[in-house]
Design a protein around this ligand. Structure first.
Ligand SMILES: *Cc1c(COP(=O)(O)O)cnc(C)c1O
Length: 384
C-alpha cells in the first residue's frame, strides 16, 4: 500500500522572500510603516480599490481596532456567527459588548440573514459577517437590514483576500473590514493583517491612525504635517514590523500564481466529488454562490453524520492524507458555556461542525499528491 505524508496546509514560499527580508534588514527598516509596508499597502489598495488600508499585526488586532473606532462599549450588542474563529467574538467582548450569536446558512456557511433579522435590536451596534472560505452572504440584503438603525457592518474578511461579491472585492463592502496574513491564509507573512476603512470621513481615518500608533499622532508627524507627535487618545500598538511586510510583499507579487494553483486543485476536487454528491454519499462540497468569485481559501466535504465524517478522516489518514474539521462552535466552546451562550439554538452550526471535513488545498501540493488524494477519496467514498 502506498502511503504519502500530505500535510493539511503548507505556507507558500516565494523566490524573492529572502532577498526582500535581507533588504529590509540592510535598510534598517525594522519598525513599522517603512519601505515594504508602503509597497504592500499600495499594492492592496490599488488592486482591490480600497479606500484606506492600514497594516496591522493580525486580523484579530484589526477587529479590535474596528471595535475601538466603532466606540463599542458595555451594553452594546454585536451580531456574529457562532461558526467562526474566536477572534470574531473576542475583539468585541474585550470592550464589553455582548455577542449575539446567529446561525449560518447551510449552503454558504455564512450568517443566516433571517436569523440576523430576528436578532437585530436597538442595542445592535454592529453585524460581523464572516466570509467563510472566501465566500459571503448576500451583502446587498445584509446592507438593507442595517439601514433602519444605521447599524455598522464590520466584515471579518480574514479568509477573503482576493474574493469578490459581484464585482466588488470582499472587504470593501462593510464600513470596516479585516484581512489576515496568518500563515494558514492564502497570502501570508506568518502573523499579520489589515484594517480596511471604507469611508472618506476624515475624523474616522485620523482616529484609526492614532489608535494604531499607540494613541499618538505619529503618522501625521511621519508625513511632515506636524513637527512633534504626542498622546492624543486611547490606543495600542497594532503596527507590524517592516521585515514581515517584506515577506508579505513577496507573496502579493505572486497573488495570481497562488490563486491559479488553488483554483486548479479546487476544480479537480469538485469534478471528482460531484458524482458522490449526486448519488447522495456526500451531503455537500464547497459551494460557491453565483454572486461570489472565490479565492479558494479552503475545500470542504460535508458528510451526512459525524460517524461517517470521522471514518472518512481516519481512512484518509491511513494513506497519510491529513484533513481537519472546522470550528468548535463558539456558543458551545469552553468560553461560550462559561458565559451561558449554550442557551442559543443553532441547528445548522451544530450539524456542520459535526459533519464537515476540510482537505488539503495549497500551491505546494504536487500533481502526484493531488491525484493521490483524489484517487483515495474516490476509493473510500465508494465503500460508503
Ligand atoms: C484567521 C482568522 C482570524 C484571525 O486572523 P489572525 O490574523 O490570525 O488574527 C479571524 N477570523 C477568521 C474568520 C479567520 O479565519
Amino acid at each position: 500500500m502506498i502511503i504519502l505524508n500530505i500535510k493539511f496546509n503548507k505556507p507558500f514560499h516565494s523566490d524573492n522572500e529572502q532577498l526582500y527580508i535581507k533588504k529590509a534588514l540592510e535598510m534598517n527598516s525594522l519598525s513599522g510603516d517603512g519601505y515594504y509596508t508602503n509597497l504592500a499597502t499600495s499594492y492592496l489598495e490599488n488592486r482591490f480599490h480600497i479606500n484606506k488600508l492600514l497594516m496591522t499585526t493580525s486580523a484579530t488586532h484589526a477587529l479590535e481596532m474596528a471595535a475601538l473606532i466603532a466606540g463599542i462599549k458595555p451594553g452594546d450588542q454585536v451580531i456574529i456567527p457562532s461558526f467562526t474563529f474566536p477572534s470574531t467574538a473576542n475583539a468585541f467582548m474585550l470592550f464589553g459588548a455582548e455577542p449575539v450569536f446567529v446561525d449560518i446558512n447551510p449552503t454558504t456557511l455564512c450568517i443566516d440573514l433571517d436569523d440576523v433579522k430576528n436578532k437585530l435590536s436597538t442595542k445592535t451596534k454592529a453585524i460581523v459577517p464572516v466570509h467563510y472560505a472566501g465566500i459571503s452572504c448576500n451583502m446587498d440584503e445584509l446592507r438593507e437590514l442595517t439601514k433602519k438603525n444605521e447599524t455598522l457592518i464590520i466584515e471579518d474578511a480574514a479568509q477573503a483576500v482576493n474574493s469578490y461579491y459581484k464585482d466588488k472585492p470582499l472587504g470593501t463592502l462593510g464600513d470596516l473590514s479585516c484581512y489576515s496574513y496568518h500563515s494558514t491564509k492564502n497570502y501570508s507573512c506568518g502573523e499579520g493583517g489589515s484594517l480596511l476603512i471604507n469611508t472618506s470621513n476624515k475624523i474616522v481615518l485620523e482616529k484609526a491612525e492614532i489608535i494604531r500608533q499607540k494613541g499618538t499622532n505619529r503618522n501625521s508627524f511621519i508625513r511632515g504635517d506636524i513637527d512633534k507627535y504626542c498622546w492624543c487618545m486611547a490606543g495600542s500598538s497594532y503596527v507590524p514590523s517592516d521585515v514581515l511586510m517584506a515577506l508579505l510583499y513577496s507573496q502579493l507579487e505572486n497573488l495570481d500564481f497562488i490563486f491559479k494553483k488553488r483554483k486548479v486543485i479546487h476544480d479537480y476536487y469538485h469534478a471528482i466529488l460531484s458524482p458522490f454528491v449526486k448519488n447522495g454519499t456526500v451531503k455537500q462540497i464547497t459551494d460557491i454562490p453565483e454572486y461570489n468569485t472565490s479565492n479558494y481559501h479552503l475545500f470542504y466535504i460535508m458528510m451526512h453524520d459525524r460517524k461517517r465524517r470521522n471514518i472518512l478522516k481516519d481512512k484518509l489518514l491511513t494513506y497519510g492524507i491529513n484533513s481537519t474539521p472546522h470550528y468548535v462552535p463558539l456558543h458551545t466552546s469552553i468560553m461560550g458555556k462559561k458565559h451561558g451562550f449554550d442557551k442559543y439554538t443553532l441547528p445548522n452550526t451544530d450539524r456542520i461542525w459535526d459533519t464537515i471535513l476540510r482537505i488539503p488545498i495549497y500551491p505546494d501540493l504536487t500533481n502526484n499528491e493531488i491525484e493521490f488524494i483524489g484517487e483515495k477519496l474516490v476509493e473510500i467514498l465508494k465503500e460508503f
